[in-house]
Design a protein around this ligand. Structure first.
Ligand code: SF4
Ligand code: ZN
Length: 298
């Protein structure tokens, strides 16, 4: 994986260079086996739809592998509905099987209702994104496991990965960097292995690729996104990248080099099954169940 060198490429060569970068990431981290059943998490946004298009191209060379897609409907009115329609249209165009799972169906309430409850309690603390992220990860894992997928591919970009690394430091949890990697380790049979084939590609390269390839994506921001600390980190890193090109890549590489040492520092936590839902957890009750309890759903 290498940063964009700044050389001028025509549209076709640019797209090819992005596809090669994804290919290189997949081989470097040995993300897929030739006969994997891969499920791609597709929200309808630029990153996930682009990932789907690139993986469909790559998968053509591996006839024994299969690809399907899943979207999570968090239940954010006026936002996610359109994104899911776009995800559906892309899957139809690419002839990829597509399934949709919803917070309402899995947890009995949607994001709009959760936000309502958080606002009623008027407590400062977790933002809508903290709930949404935890519940969506669970929903994706359950969907992938039930569909019999070997790998769950998510569209985390180089931007997402560096933001998460900085956020872990801000939250005082640097050892977490060891766990946030391009290909997550197998730590429990109920957890489908997550891979991030776009982790070496910048967000702006992804947008450019999508425009050049005329890929339809949902570009409207989520109404709850403003509250997240991640936004401040994103803005800071974008400012740095504008002034000092290559900053995001350098942070990513530095953390990659630090990871083996960090892995030696933290002890591998034993996972057991949640007393409420039976899903893997470190404590007695898993995070999603804790959050749903706090929201007075359980
Ligand atoms: Fe969920 Fe936050 Fe993303 Fe909106 S911005 S979809 S609330 S994680
Ligand atoms: Zn649980």
């Amino acid at each position: 994986m290498r940063p964009y060198s700044g050389e001028k490429l025509c549209g076709r060569c640019f797209c090819k260079s992005i596809e090669e970068k994804v290919h290189a990431t997949i081989s470097n981290y040995e993300m897929f086996k030739h006969d994997d059943r891969i499920m791609v998490a597709v929200s309808g946004g630029k990153d996930s739809v682009t990932l789907l298009h690139i993986l469909v191209k790559i998968e053509r060379d591996f006839p024994k592998a299969s690809l399907s897609a899943v979207s999570v409907d968090e239940g954010i009115r006026g936002y996610r509905d359109e994104a899911i329609r776009i995800a559906e249209r892309n899957c139809r165009k690419l002839d990829v099987e597509h399934m949709v799972v919803s917070f309402k169906g899995m947890y009995g309430l949607d994001m709009d209702e959760i936000v309502n409850k958080i606002q009623q309690r008027k407590e400062k603390g977790l933002t809508p994104c903290s709930y949404c992220g935890v519940l969506r990860r669970r929903a994706l894992n359950t969907a992938a496991r039930e569909a019999g997928a070997d790998k769950l591919a998510t569209a985390h970009s180089l931007d997402d990965e560096t933001q998460t690394m900085i956020l872990n430091i801000i939250h005082g949890d640097p050892l977490r960097i060891a766990r946030v990697k391009p290909m997550l380790a197998i730590i429990h049979p109920k957890l489908v292995r997550r891979v991030k084939p776009l982790c070496g590609v910048l967000e702006r390269e992804i947008v450019f690729y999508a425009y050049l390839r005329k890929i339809e994506f949902h570009g409207v921001p989520c109404p709850y996104a403003g509250a997240a600390l991640r936004n401040d980190v994103r803005n800071m890193l974008n400012r740095m990248e504008r002034r000092h090109a290559g900053t995001k890549y350098t942070i990513f590489r530095s953390m990659e080099r630090l990871r083996p040492a960090l892995e030696g520092l933290g002890k591998q936590e034993e996972l057991r099954e949640c007393e409420i839902c039976g899903e893997p957890t470190v404590g007695e009750i898993c995070k999603p169940c804790q959050m749903l309890k706090e929201s007075h759903v359980l």
